[in-house]
Design a protein around this ligand. Structure first.
Ligand SMILES: Cc1ncc(COP(=O)(O)O)c(C=O)c1O
Length: 418
């Protein structure tokens, strides 16, 4: 999910006393939440989790229907890889399920240590530190680096993921956003506060758009402005760069140029969890000050073992990336021929921009009647007027799957590319 700021509710907050109670003059928080939820529903923007009964590669079973999914982030098709499953089972058999404690207590197991080493080596950093989710990793890194720093600013792309935005807020830094991928805009924000300690943070690949950040230009800007550059490569790791080392590697940037690198294990690596990689000093500092690391239970060791198997495959198996590239090219060619509203993306995230939230929802429903599962992404996850079908491709797909998707899209009479 991305990050657009939730709009202020149309209905004003309940006034004090609405909660009733014995003389207390407070707004009723639960009632207020109900009001906000109803407003979402009225705007056709309600979010709802659907229960998938079974997953089989890209196929999903829901309510007795078997659907071909184009919405997972399992870009390399590793989530059900036999080597990951075997590693998971082996360590679960030997070590049980839970890690039983935070890393700094007794939760840090051999499997975590081995995974951290492999991630550091893959990304060309001195060290890496695991977090239980990407959300926690970003909160932890930003809070450790910016928290309590007098007058600090955090300059971010407008389309950065929600957890980068939240991390800056939680750290108490002044958040300054620039228009998407606009390096001059980033420069203006940095130069508006030339003396302020500054972090420049960007997604490597934008989660709802699929395009890659102008990383080389941002690195040059960070250098000239004395800002610290942080890249969230959740959607780039495993997919981009030599041996899948990610968008930062693909841009040819060193650990010095991008001193804070974060990526997740739940997307191309098919597992769950995340890490921050950087210098030994950075990781030492995070060990002291990153609260989501210090105060949270370590990932299950079996999951760390599965992720290590995933790293080994993702590094070595260029054929998966080559297959993915063929599928992406086939989809883009076909969608272009159909005049579909493709966005500028060469990654497995291939959104079709429909604009209207109802139009996106209707398109997703109609695809589902044809046996395809594609998620409609609506505000506030994306800006108002930019609802879309977020189509994602995976090495688990076959070319005929892409053709089937294109055939179904052709029947929808979507708005033409602008
Ligand atoms: C760019 C980006 N960063 C961070 C996250 C959060 O990662 P996680 O799902 O592991 O919390 C996500 C994904 O959901 C993401 O898309």
């Amino acid at each position: 999910m991305s990050n657009q700021k939730a709009k202020a509710p149309l209905t004003p907050p309940l006034s004090p006393g609405d909660a009733g109670g014995e003389g207390a003059q407070r707004a009723d928080l639960l009632a207020r939440l109900d009001v906000r939820t109803s407003e979402r529903a009225q705007a056709s923007l309600l979010r709802r989790a659907r229960t998938m009964d079974h997953a089989d590669g890209p196929w999903l079973e829901i309510d007795g229907h078997r659907l071909l999914g184009f919405c997972s982030n399992d870009y390399l098709g590793l989530a059900q890889h036999p080597q990951l499953i075997a590693a998971f089972k082996r360590v679960a058999d030997d070590e049980g399920v839970g890690s039983t404690a935070a890393h700094l207590v007794c939760g840090h197991r051999r499997e975590h240590a081995m995974l951290e080493e492999a991630l550091a080596e893959w990304t060309g950093r001195e060290r890496a530190m695991l977090f239980s989710t990407g959300y926690a990793a970003n909160l932890g890194a930003l809070q450790a680096l910016l928290g309590g720093v007098e007058g600090a600013i955090c300059v971010q792309d407008k389309l950065n993921h929600a957890c980068l935005i939240d991390g800056a807020r939680l750290a108490g830094a002044e958040l300054k956003r620039y228009p998407h991928a606009d390096v001059d805009g980033a420069a203006r924000q940095l130069r508006s506060r030339p003396q302020a300690p500054a972090m420049l943070a960007t997604d490597g690949v934008f989660s709802m758009d699929g395009d890659v950040a102008p990383l080389r230009e941002l690195a040059a800007l960070a250098r000239s402005e004395g800002a610290t550059l942080m890249v969230d490569d959740a959607h780039g790791l495993g997919v981009l760069g030599e041996h899948g080392a990610g968008s930062v590697a693909a841009a040819g940037l060193s650990a010095h140029e991008v001193p804070v690198l974060m990526a997740t294990l739940g997307k191309a690596l098919g597992c769950a969890g995340a890490f921050v990689a950087g210098s030994a000093a950075l990781i030492e500092g995070l060990t002291q000050f990153a609260r989501p690391y210090v105060y949270s239970t370590a990932l299950p060791p079996a999951l760390a073992a599965a992720a290590l198997a995933a790293v080994q495959i993702a590094r070595a198996d260029d054929a998966r990336r080559a297959k993915l590239a063929v599928l992406i090219a086939r989809f883009r060619r076909g969608a272009g021929e159909l005049g579909l509203p493709l966005m500028r993306s060469d990654t497995p995230i291939q959104p079709l921009l429909l604009g209207d939230a109802d139009a996106a929802l209707t398109a997703a429903l109609r695809l589902e009647t044809q046996g395809l599962l594609v998620t409609a992404i609506r505000p506030p996850t994306v800006p108002t007027g930019q609802a879309r079908l977020r189509i994602t491709l995976s090495a688990a797909h076959e070319e005929e799957h892409v053709d089937r998707l294109l055939d179904a899209l052709a029947t929808l009479r979507l708005p033409a590319a602008g």
